[in-house]
Design a protein around this ligand. Sequence first.
Ligand code: ZN
Length: 256
Amino acid sequence: MVTHNWGNSFNDLLAAVISDALQECSFKLAARLLEEDCTFLGEILGKAGHLCGTYWICAFAVNQHVSICHSNPFDRDPLTDQLHPVCSCSCVNISDPDGQSTLSEINKFDDMMYHLAATGGCRQVIAVDQSLDLFHRAWCVAEIAEARRLQMSQSLKLVSKLAIQQRARKLEDLDVRSMQASSDRDKELILARIGNVDEFNTELQSLIFDPKSGLLASWKAMDSLQQMGEVGRLIRWGLADAGSGKVWKAWDCHDV
Ligand SMILES: [Zn+2]
């Protein structure tokens, strides 16, 4: 299951997923290869036997369109500040003011998480955008906390070590009360579900920063392992490059 924020670039979201499949901690190299030659990256995934892996991504799996397409209360053109025009499709809009409609697919967060955890073998991949805005999105943080509560294995994907070194301080005073959500109602729902907000904020800090079990500690441990196995990694990418030079061209700007 992939946790991502909708403000992230599509390229970086895919790069994070591909990096997870290729067991890379950082996704800068995959992002570059996607930009340069995505067919080639597909071949690498195929040769490594990862083309049949399945990732659950809400942007593809959840039909949000039928719940939102006939109204647009907040999404503005960043240039003109005008509300984007609404869609003229013929789908029947699902009205769900209290978040209880059985037809709506966007109110089943808890059930979906529980199902994924209960069916076993499901991990959470946290595709973090370059600005670390994901940690300021209420839904994303709620997903991370819920996955931890359900004891799902969690794995951060960051663009690079440099990015986290430069921006980790942004995460030190996270408060779910000041996080953003698509609408006020969404935020109310999330806060109501949390209950004790101060306790949640403290747990969130430990979830991210705990030196033993925190998400960043796990990322660093995986990154160190990767560096220790750097020779093996170079050989692996060298084989993937297959004399084309495409990997090494992308590697130039890949701060490891
Ligand atoms: Zn529509």
